[in-house]
Design a protein around this ligand. Structure first.
Ligand code: AMP
Length: 176
């Protein structure tokens, strides 16, 4: 099957949920794709092909849906897996980055020994929306002295222009 048809099949398995989690947001629900064994594997096959050229030593995945794709991708690319979590969840010594949301702020953390200086690092999440979360994660990677090999998302909401906030390679499989 041609790539555009394979992409269309994956897109049609993602459910749009209007007004979730709040009025005016159309939530891209990936659980309808994940529950289909064939489509989950197909998504990971295409996502792995897309991300291969980043040649990461480590995949840094963002809590929580980023863990699903990041963990499989790390295994397939022979890279280590590193979680970035919301404030207060990681047990070891860590560094934090606080960033602005539409209303208020949020804080992400990473273990201070999770990345070595110069290690090629790919930041992974399920959806790129405004880009604030991914940019904050990129900051954490930079603070630890690792090399940012790029960012990868299963879904990109292009109309929100999140990639403008990100430096370097930005890979996305399903664009809306
Ligand atoms: P942002 O910082 O705006 O790029 O938001 C990214 C985070 O919010 C990601 O972890 C996404 O999982 C989630 N997110 C934002 N908007 C949506 C959406 N419309 N559908 C699904 N997830 C979203």
């Amino acid at each position: 099957m041609q790539l555009d048809m394979r992409v269309a099949a994956l897109k049609s398995a993602i459910r749009d949920v209007p007004d979730f989690p709040k009025q005016g947001i159309v939530f891209k629900d990936i659980t309808t794709l994940l529950k289909d064994a064939r489509l989950f594997r197909e998504a990971m096959d295409l996502f792995t092909d897309l991300c291969q050229r980043a040649r990461p030593d480590k995949v840094v995945a963002i809590e929580s849906r980023g863990f699903i794709f990041g963990a499989v991708l790390a295994d397939r690319l022979g890279a280590g897996f590193v979680p970035v979590r919301k404030k207060g969840k990681l047990p070891g010594g860590k560094i934090a980055h606080t960033y602005d949301l539409e209303y208020g702020t949020d804080c992400l953390e990473i273990h201070e020994d999770a990345l070595q200086r110069g290690e090629r690092t790919l930041v992974v999440d399920d959806v790129l929306a405004t880009g604030g979360t991914a940019a904050a994660t990129g900051q954490l990677v930079g603070q630890l002295g690792a090399e940012l090999a790029g960012y990868a998302f299963l879904v990109e909401l292009t109309f929100l222009k999140g990639r403008d906030k990100l430096q370097g390679n930005v890979f996305s499989l399903l664009r809306y």
